[in-house]
Design a binder for this molecule. Structure first.
Ligand SMILES: [Zn+2]
Length: 254
């Protein structure tokens, strides 16, 4: 299984529009971060987690020819706003399966009413097939099983996902012990780390490192990163030896 980081930035991406911050002005390609998403590929299957506003650019950058489904973590715009750009896949493959919590599917129906229209739907509008995810009910994608991991982003429920010995958790602030039990014996954990300073709905760097120390994956990659965390190269030097800052277009093999 290969995991390709399509985007590793927080909601505004890096550079931030109009920003003079040194990280936004950096010429290091690792300091340029699109909105957070990953592409997971194995055998002939390919699935994407989240579909933010940079989806089109990300599909072009990764040369993705086919998407078998999109799995959503939650409804915030930086994770859903790219839904209109699934159309090229619709034209080639037909309806796009989208997997999400019931609340997220309902939210998407109000955000993207035209996609879910049943009467006089505009020809060429995106088309989706919805699959509801329920906590503690693993579901299949291709020939693999996905285990939902229930976490909190401030007060908002968010799903993380475990597939084999890989887990992807973004926009986490708190997680109950019973959910942490789902994360034992991981080869790779991806988890969000926004910045050094406290934030009400995201792990800061220290909280992410403490969580990694608790879960003990072989390796961990940090994502959903703000420009104020600092330069990629400098932050990476301060991390434990099994923890890495993810960056856009990084691909890891499990
Ligand atoms: Zn987010």
């Amino acid at each position: 299984m290969k995991v390709y980081f399509l985007g590793t930035g927080t909601s505004q991406g890096i550079p931030v529009i109009g920003s003079d911050h040194p990280v936004c002005k950096s010429t290091d390609s690792k300091d340029k971060r699109l909105r957070v998403s990953v592409l997971i590929r194995w055998d002939n299957y390919s699935y994407v987690i989240d579909c933010g506003p940079d989806f089109r650019q990300q599909m072009l950058a990764s040369d993705c020819q086919k998407v078998d489904g999109i799995i959503f973590t939650h409804e915030h715009a930086d994770h859903t706003a790219g839904l209109d750009d699934i159309r090229p896949f619709n034209y080639k493959q037909g309806e796009m399966p989208i997997y999400a919590h019931k609340r997220v599917l309902e939210d998407m129906q109000s955000r993207f009413g035209y996609v879910f229209e049943t009467v006089n739907k505009y020809p060429g509008a995106p088309s989706v097939k919805t699959i509801e995810i329920v906590n503690n009910e693993p579901f299949s994608i291709g020939n693999k099983l996905v285990i939902p991991v229930d976490v909190l982003h401030g007060n908002l429920q968010v799903f993380g996902y475990r597939i084999d010995d890989f887990a992807y958790l973004t926009d986490v602030k708190t997680i109950e012990d019973v959910e942490i039990e789902k994360l034992r014996n991981l080869k790779v954990l991806v988890v969000n780390a926004l910045r050094e300073e406290h934030h009400f709905s995201h792990f800061n760097l220290q909280e992410a490192l403490d969580f990694i120390a608790l879960v003990k994956p072989e390796k961990a990659y940090l994502t959903h990163i703000s420009h104020i965390l600092g330069f990629h190269e400098e932050v990476q030097k301060r991390l434990p030896e099994n923890v890495f800052l993810a960056y856009d277009n990084l691909e890891i093999t499990l």
